[in-house]
Design a protein around this ligand. Structure first.
Ligand code: HEM
Length: 185
């Protein structure tokens, strides 16, 4: 514990979350600027859409293309396992089994996302940077574990969980996107 009352792991978690959120907002604004939109116009797009929380309209997911269904299944599995691992689930064999399943789920999430092109009119969008980062950092995290570099392994996987999974997941619920339509639209 530090003098702020937070453990070093929690502080790293919150710092990664804050940096990831700031980078995401910057990327959204930069993508808008590339399309000739001011930051106010980009952020205004989100505030113009109204909605309310309701029972999930899962029919929208059932009607979505298969790559989106695979993507959502993979991220759901990665989220559940990631939370268990972040909570410090103990046991070497269990950690290895869940860890490998998480790696496969994250790789599936990243690869399936390469076949989804909705956010940027048929092309790659800034969200694909998350996919590129995941496909580079995942093997690095596995390699660090195999070399028993626990510190690097923990940093890499925590960064991917918070910066990749949680931030990309939060972005998936922005107004207009499919997850937003499923729960708010
Ligand atoms: C809880 C986590 C996540 C959820 C719920 C989620 C959900 C979705 C959904 C429903 C779509 C397709 C429909 C749409 O764009 O509205 C999508 C697209 C996408 N997701 Fe995710 N996702 C999550 C995490 C991730 C992660 C970890 C990555 C990267 C490794 C990622 C990368 C992408 C990309 C690149 C797209 C395509 C964006 C585009 O159309 O240009 N997502 N996501």
């Amino acid at each position: 514990m530090s003098d702020t009352g937070l453990s070093i792991g929690s502080r790293r978690f919150l710092r990664t979350l804050a940096v990831g959120a700031a980078v995401t907002v910057a990327l959204v604004v930069a993508t808008g600027a590339a399309r000739g939109l001011s930051p106010a116009a980009v952020l205004g797009q989100f505030t113009h859409m109204t909605g309310h929380l309701h029972a999930p309209r899962l029919g929208l997911l059932a009607a979505a293309p298969v790559q989106i269904q695979i993507h959502v299944a993979a991220v759901s599995l990665a989220l559940a396992i990631g939370i268990a691992l972040m909570l410090g689930l103990k046991g070497n064999t269990l950690h290895r089994a869940l860890g490998w399943t998480w790696v496969v789920a994250m790789a599936t999430a990243a690869i399936s996302s390469l076949f989804i092109h909705r956010a940027n009119a048929g092309g790659f969008s800034f969200l694909h940077l998350f996919a590129g980062w995941t496909l580079i950092a995942l093997p690095m995290g596995v390699f660090a574990a195999r070399k028993h570099n626990v510190r690097l392994h923990g940093r890499t996987m925590t960064g991917l969980f918070v910066g990749g999974l949680l931030i990309a997941g939060a972005a998936a619920f922005l107004p207009g996107r499919l997850m937003w339509q499923i729960v708010f639209g």
